[in-house]
Design a protein around this ligand. Structure first.
Ligand code: 6GU
Length: 231
């Protein structure tokens, strides 16, 4: 898979992309990630990429010219084809199902916005899909792009080592995960639940399921709405 990130802050990506699973997936050749600076495609001597909104209002808007020029330059670097995603809070919410869908692609373009948003002709002209990572406002799309890259790349077959497993249960069964414990058996007076030390695998599975349901009810009751398999 090839991921192209278009951003005015490519340096923000350096350390997340050079650690852990993302670093290993690149070393193994499972994904190539290219960072391109939109500002290099500005046409004036100030390297301007944003301007005031027509109709008035606060803030600045990403100009279409530099974004189109950057996209066209990057797209031509490889014959691989893929969808264009705009990182903006004005979009559908990214989730695990979307991560699975994106992980099947041969190529993906992520365009990071700053300021008040993108000139609408960027979405229309590039047939781009706006995606948000949640209902809060970030200063720009870069952190959201990193979240999406992480969630997508770890789903590419071979990206996870044996030690990592696919900790996807929380969202593949639609429940939060059960609590986990490791050594020691007693830590600062807090005991590991005895059932986990019992060796009775059926009882452990039953306890974990019940814990998962309880926690979901406590912290994410929205995940249980409309489910008739949970009492
Ligand atoms: Cl994709 N961008 C920005 N600026 N803020 C966000 C977001 C994206 N997703 C949630 N908040």
């Amino acid at each position: 898979m090839r991921i192209d990130v278009l951003t005015i802050f490519p340096e923000m990506f350096q350390s997340p992309l050079s650690c852990s699973i993302l670093a290993r997936a690149q070393k193994k050749g499972l994904v190539e990630i290219f960072l391109t600076n939109i500002r290099d495609f500005a046409t004036d001597s100030y390297r301007k990429v944003d301007d005031r909104p027509y109709g008035g209002g606060p803030g600045m808007v990403m100009m279409p010219g530099p974004v189109f020029a950057c996209y066209e330059h990057v797209a031509a670097q490889s014959p691989l084809k893929g969808p264009v995603i705009l990182l903006t809070p004005q979009g559908r919410r990214f989730d695990q199902a979307k991560a699975r869908e994106l992980s099947q692609l041969e190529r993906l373009f992520l365009i990071c916005g700053r300021y008040e948003g993108f000139d609408e002709r960027i979405r229309i002209g590039l047939n781009a899909e706006p995606l948000s990572i949640g209902d809060y406002v970030l200063s720009g799309g870069e952190l959201a792009a990193m979240v999406i890259i992480d969630a997508v790349v770890r789903l590419i077959p071979g990206a996870l080592g044996d030690q990592d497993s696919t900790r996807e249960e929380s969202f593949s069964n639609g429940l939060l995960e059960y609590p986990q414990y490791t050594r020691p058996e007693v830590f600062r007076g807090m005991q590991v639940p005895p059932v986990l030390l019992s060796g009775d695998h059926a009882k452990i599975a039953q306890w974990r399921r019940q814990q998962a349901i309880e926690r979901t009810r406590m912290w994410r009751p929205d995940l249980l709405e409309g489910r008739d398999d949970i009492g």
